[in-house]
Ligand binder design. Structure first.
Ligand code: ATP
Length: 202
């Protein structure tokens, strides 16, 4: 299998922006958020189990899961939350493995906001962290999503700390300046990953 580079970072750190720079170099990616939505499409096995467990009250008129309703439900019911995670995590992991195995670029990016929170380190050969000071994380997230400073701060508190992320990182992209600075860092990492991928293929 190709070299897998995990890409993570806190909310609003710039993962999508960094992932786009790798995509522009022809690097394929598997996105944990995208996979998490794919595996619960209407009538899929996971969708069927979720509807059987929670009832049709957690469906939208178009039969897609009503994520807000589901979030509300599991927020107040820890057992339901555990049930849902136990159902979905193995399915998501398996689907991600399948997509990683199908990728044809010299190395593959696995984009996962909660890579460390969900203990996916062992699934990647190399961990790349997008790093920004908390102040900027907060500012950029508010600018993009709106909402209150408190809401964003609560999400940041629920995620692993900046220090823990940096401690786990093999490579770090500093995204504290303008977006243009990302390209040069990505170009340099690309060369490193191509070399590592060639080594792995030997
Ligand atoms: P999330 O995990 O919340 O989806 P993310 O890590 O993917 O976030 P992005 O969406 O890439 O983060 O970036 C967050 C916001 O900050 C976006 O609106 C993006 O355009 C902006 N942004 C990214 N990098 C920079 C930068 N260097 N300077 C200014 N704004 C930036």
């Amino acid at each position: 299998p190709a070299l897998v580079v995990g890409l993570t970072g806190g909310i609003g750190s710039g993962k999508s922006t960094v992932a786009e720079a790798f995509a522009a170099l022809g690097i394929e990616q598997v996105d944990a958020d995208v996979v998490a939505r794919q595996v619960v499409q209407p009538d899929s096995p996971a969708w069927q189990q979720i509807v059987a467990h929670f009832g049709t009250g957690i469906l939208q008129p178009d039969r897609q899961l009503d994520r807000a309703a589901l979030r509300q439900r599991v927020f107040s019911q820890p057992d339901d939350k555990a049930w849902l995670n136990q159902l979905l995590h193995p399915i998501i992991r398996q689907q991600m493995q399948q997509q990683l195995a199908r990728a044809r670029s010299p190395y593959v990016l696995m984009v996962a906001p909660l890579l460390l929170e969900n203990q996916l380190q062992s699934r990647v050969d190399r961990l790349l962290v997008v790093d920004v000071p908390q102040r900027l994380q907060l500012q950029r997230t508010l600018l993009r999503d709106g909402g209150s400073e408190q809401q964003v701060a609560a999400i940041m508190t629920a995620q692993v700390s900046r220090e823990e992320r940096l401690a786990a990182a093999d490579d770090v992209i500093d995204n504290s300046a303008e977006p243009a600075q990302i390209e040069a860092q990505v170009a340099q990492l690309h060369q490193r990953y191509l070399a590592l991928a060639a080594d792995k293929a030997k």
